[in-house]
Design a protein around this ligand. Sequence first.
Ligand SMILES: [Zn+2]
Length: 69
Amino acid sequence: MGVCGVLIYCADHTCSHSISIMADRFADEVRLSDLEPRLLCSACGNRGADVRPSFNWHPKGPIGGMGYR
Ligand SMILES: [Zn+2]
């Protein structure tokens, strides 16, 4: 799919915790929508998350900063 990583946002918008992870740790048959209800926020412990593909993944971290799209 051309997706190298995913961004995961906490479902609780008052928490707004987010992480980015490598997508290749998931098997091909795993759908991101299946993962969402299983995820636990490591910051607030809330279950559920928004998972979005990250097409501009850089393993060493974002280069352009927050303004980069
Ligand atoms: Zn959270």
